[in-house]
Write a protein that binds this ligand. Structure first.
Ligand code: NDP
Length: 383
């Protein structure tokens, strides 16, 4: 297979980045969590989710999040060895208690359970309570699509977003990730925060020294903030500012639709699961155990129609979209999941670009935990 080299976030200037081999990065992240008392199996899953995000070009939710999780374990709000339990199980549904462990192993478990149920009942819906942050929602939906099901993954998060016509942090950035298998890779994967941007994007802008454009963040007095990401991040953390819902401020560009989606994700993932919601969802690093809620659904296509007919219909649908009249300034028409997949193929070959500030943060973590810093830096390759 010929690889089309493409990166969703191209490292510029390249001199500010280290190209790191993904296997060495994954092995190091795994070592970090093992050193903190996590099980080897769970540490592998956490490492896989984080490094997959970086491979897919979602640096907001990649290894730059290691520090937050380490701090959570140190604070005692993240349990390194949670006892994951199925607390309700009936037919196509189940409720899982994550026992305040990181959400990655718990949600992987929930996704497996949802698929098992979908095999028997056509659909499987698993709600997760008392969990912690789980990284990119798309990871779990992609795993579900990889096994031939349609997937849905939802999570709520700590309050960061201002509900339409309000200015304070109440909603989480509550992402929605839907996936659909296709005949040829990649599967369709639509994975997005229900806010204009996730917090991780503002964190990474702060770490690499980028400016925030007007329209992402609103201050308490209703002013739209722009400029220095570190200053704005401080205001968000200090509860003086909030991220805007998808669609932005007010109703003119659909801010009420972002708010509505975030609210419904909160109900499905937080209220229905028996977990926290809205302003009650605790941050990863806290003096209390985690109460993040997730929901995972798997849909068995075979229960609805002949699989080959479904795959034919999806192929035709995509062909139709790809053949639409292109905007004169657009380079290409994208299907959700394509940029992430091409970025992944590229970075599996040439490595993951890690900004020097993030690289140094990882190095400091290694020092602090007294584990060897084993990242393998590759030579930058032109393509
Ligand atoms: P993006 O805005 O980067 O992407 C949203 C979706 O749009 C992706 O599926 C993307 O596909 C697709 N897309 C991008 N460009 C196009 C295009 N031109 N045409 C069609 N589709 C397109 O996502 P966000 O910044 O909102 O979210 C980033 C990540 O943050 C997600 O993985 C999300 O799950 C995670 N997150 C996690 C939270 C948590 O609490 N755990 C909270 C909030 C967010 P592609 O990927 O192929 O570009």
């Amino acid at each position: 297979m010929v690889i089309e080299f493409f990166e969703r976030e191209k490292p510029t200037p390249p001199a500010d980045y280290f190209r790191v081999d993904h296997e060495s990065l994954k092995a190091w992240v795994k070592d970090v969590f093992i050193s903190l008392g996590c099980r080897e199996k769970d540490s592998s899953v956490i490492a896989d989710v984080l490094v997959s995000a970086d491979l897919m070009g979602i640096s907001s939710h990649g290894v730059q999040r290691v520090k937050r999780y380490v701090d959570g374990i140190k604070a005692g709000s993240v349990k390194p060895k949670p006892q994951i339990k199925v607390v309700r199980d009936s037919g196509a549904i189940a409720v899982v208690d994550g026992d305040s462990g990181l959400g990655h192993p718990t949600t992987s478990f929930a996704a497996e359970l949802a698929m098992k149920k979908a095999k028997s009942y056509g659909i499987g819906f698993v709600a997760v309570r008392n969990s912690q942050h789980f990284g990119i929602a798309g990871y779990y939906s992609l795993k579900i699509a990889g096994k031939g099901f349609m997937g849905l993954t939802l999570t709520n998060s700590t309050p960061l977003v201002a509900y339409t016509h309000t200015v304070e942090r109440y909603l989480g950035t509550n992402p929605i990730a839907l996936s659909v298998p296709k005949r040829e890779p990649p599967p369709i994967l639509f994975d997005a925060a229900t806010s204009v941007v996730p917090l991780g994007k503002i964190e990474i802008y702060s770490k690499v020294g980028k400016e925030i454009p007007k329209g992402w963040v609103i201050a308490e007095n209703g002013e739209l903030l722009e400029g220095d990401a570190t200053v704005i991040l401080k205001k968000i953390r200090g509860k003086e500012a909030a991220i805007l819902p998808l669609g932005g401020v007010g109703e003119l560009f659909g801010g009420h639709k972002g708010s509505g989606l975030a609210m419904l994700v909160d109900i499905f993932a937080g209220i229905l699961s028996g977990s926290g919601w809205g302003a009650h969802v605790r941050y990863t690093v806290s003096d209390k155990p985690g109460n993040v809620g997730h929901a995972v659904m798997a849909v068995n296509i075979d229960s609805f129609m002949n699989r080959e007919s479904f795959l034919d219909r999806i192929d035709k649908y995509i062909q139709e979209i790809k053949s639409l009249k292109k905007h004169p300034k657009a380079e290409r028409i994208w299907i959700p999941g394509e940029k992430a997949w091409l970025t992944m193929q590229t970075r599996l070959t040439i490595g993951i670009p890690i900004h020097k500030n993030v690289y140094n943060e990882l190095k400091d973590i290694s020092k602090d935990l007294q584990i060897p810093f084993t990242l393998k830096v590759l030579k930058e390759k032109a393509y």
